[in-house]
Ligand binder design. Structure first.
Ligand code: FAD
Ligand code: DHB
Length: 392
């Protein structure tokens, strides 16, 4: 039987980041990932990083390519009623965001993980967590036809919303809060120049639209769509027509169309688990909470959890102090709930929920109020760039 200090379930951004940050502090870990490395790296997901996330990734040892290729954004646009209003993130909240795709972060993290001591077991099947309510947890799995077991001090459940970690905790030990939204996001990736230098979030009577990007020659565009739609119902031409219809005319006129290189529909959900710890199992990232993508908070919240958990584990091993680990769940949840509120609010402000024109009028009134009020915009900017790590 193998032994390590921390077994990490899942090699998404939270699992790999945690493993690298621990390694930097002399703490051993083994990462068990169900999928292959190419599969994990091909998933098109987040694109927008808070500055604190950028700095944490640098502490984890990745950085030069992110700094070279990432695009610094000092603001974004809210489009509504045929016009638009810019939120000056840098001016109002003192911070910028970085456009750098999750696919690139995954590659950088896995490359760095391979350069450093410590293992990632890709394609680990039947991962099972044992005895984490007591002092001697174990994790078993199958790999290349053989059974394995690892003894450890702690287990970090970084295995996303559908993972095994949260599902292994007795039902009555966790409380779950959930809101499912009645629409999805249809996303398209295409190799054309972005229509604007900054992101554009559009509220339109036909539904929400978002113009994001991955580089100066690759766009990531989204439109709100019915949950039951399939990508086959959305050929590229229909997608771009619909996007153009939801943008202010000058934006639509600048839009360059091109063949999609990826197209997918994502459901929208708010979900929080409390607490984020059970015995010697700690949940982090999407395993513990999901936000609708509107505020671009998911990956950034995962990074914040990892930072708090690393601090707790370092204090445990270095100073023999369990205080920070005991506070992990409360510290992480304080930030999680604030980001959950912001993502819910931004989703509610920007999407079409019903046919009721009263609802749309209220949204437009709130957007006009934002456009007129520096104080209101400052609140949006503070939340968008990420609240301080120490809050709570
Ligand atoms: P995951 O990335 O889900 O990783 C979990 C890993 O665990 C996976 O590799 C999975 O294969 C593995 N796993 C699962 N079960 C098991 C098992 N039983 N055994 C072993 N391994 C297992 N966030 C942002 O911050 N900004 C954005 O702009 C943004 N945009 C988004 C757009 C879309 C369309 C979507 C869908 C998400 C977006 N997000 C965004 C959210 C972000 O992608 C997630 O929050 C992030 O991936 C969470 O990382 P994670 O490591 O916690 O979980
Ligand atoms: C992206 C996704 C988001 O949810 C968002 O708010 C901004 C950007 C993206 O995928 O690029």
């Amino acid at each position: 039987m193998q032994r390590t200090q921390v077994v990490i379930i899942g090699a998404g951004p939270s699992g790999l980041m945690l493993s690298l940050l621990l390694e930097r502090q002399g703490i051993d870990s083994i990462v068990l990932e169900r999928q292959s490395r190419p599969y994990v790296e091909a998933r098109i997901r987040a694109g927008l990083l808070e500055w604190d996330t950028v700095e944490l990734l640098e502490q984890a040892g990745i950085g030069p390519r992110m700094r070279r290729e990432g695009l610094v954004h000092d603001g974004f646009e809210l489009a509504f009623g045929g016009g638009h209003h810019r939120i000056d993130l840098k001016g109002l909240a003192g911070k910028s965001m970085l456009v750098y795709g999750q696919t690139e972060i995954q590659k950088d993290l896995a490359d760095e993980r391979e350069r450093r001591p410590g293992a990632v077991v890709w394609e680990a099947a039947e991962v099972r967590l044992h005895d984490f309510a007591g002092d001697a947890p174990r994790v078993s799995y199958r790999h290349a036809g053989a059974s394995h077991e690892i003894r450890c001090d702690f287990i970090a459940g970084c295995d996303g919303y559908h993972g095994i970690s949260r599902a292994s905790v007795p039902r009555d030990a966790l409380r779950e809060y959930e809101r499912v939204y009645p629409f999805g996001w249809l996303g398209v990736l295409a190799d054309v120049p972005p229509l604007s230098e900054e992101l554009v979030y559009a509220n339109h009577a036909r539904g929400f639209a978002l113009c994001s990007m991955r580089s100066k020659s690759r766009v990531r565009y989204y439109v709100q769509c019915p949950l039951q739609d399939t990508v086959e119902q959305w050929p590229d031409e229909r997608f771009f027509d619909e996007l153009a219809a939801r943008l202010p005319p000058p934006h639509a006129a600048r839009m360059v169309r091109g063949p999609s290189i990826e197209k997918s529909i994502a459901p929208l959900r708010s979900f929080v688990t409390e607490p984020m710890r059970f015995g010697r199992l700690f949940l982090a990232g999407d395993a513990a909470h999901i936000v609708p993508p509107t505020g671009a908070k998911g990956l950034n919240l995962a990074a914040a959890d990892v930072r708090v958990l690393t601090e707790g584990l370092v204090a445990h091993y270095r100073e023999r102090s369990s205080g920070l680990l005991a506070e992990y769940s409360a510290r992480a949840l304080s930030r999680v709930w604030k980001a959950t509120r912001f993502s819910w609010w931004f989703t509610t402000l920007m999407h079409r929920f019903s046919e009721d024109p009263f609802e749309h009028k209220l949204q437009l009134a709130e957007l006009e109020y934002l456009a007129d009020s520096t104080v209101a915009c400052t609140g949006v900017a503070e939340n968008y760039v990420g609240l301080p790590f120490t809050a709570g």
